[in-house]
Design a protein around this ligand. Structure first.
Ligand SMILES: [Zn+2]
Length: 61
């Protein structure tokens, strides 16, 4: 179980985005994590704890 990530990492979340893809790029890391949907470019922000809970795996470190 490898859950290490950094800025620019591509991650897969437990729930897919409604647009049909499940790949997100990390665009900001702080107290909150900002991720951008690879397919539709929608950006969402999650508290780091919630992000860690919803993270399925890191696809590209
Ligand atoms: Zn999307």
């Amino acid at each position: 179980m490898d859950k290490e990530y950094k800025l620019g990492s591509v991650v897969m979340m437990k729930k897919p985005h409604p647009c049909g893809t499940n790949l997100w790029e990390i665009v900001r890391i702080g107290a909150d994590i900002k991720i951008k949907c690879i397919n539709c470019s929608r950006v969402i922000m999650l508290p780091r704890i919630e992000f860690n809970k919803k993270l399925k795996k890191v696809v590209t470190f």
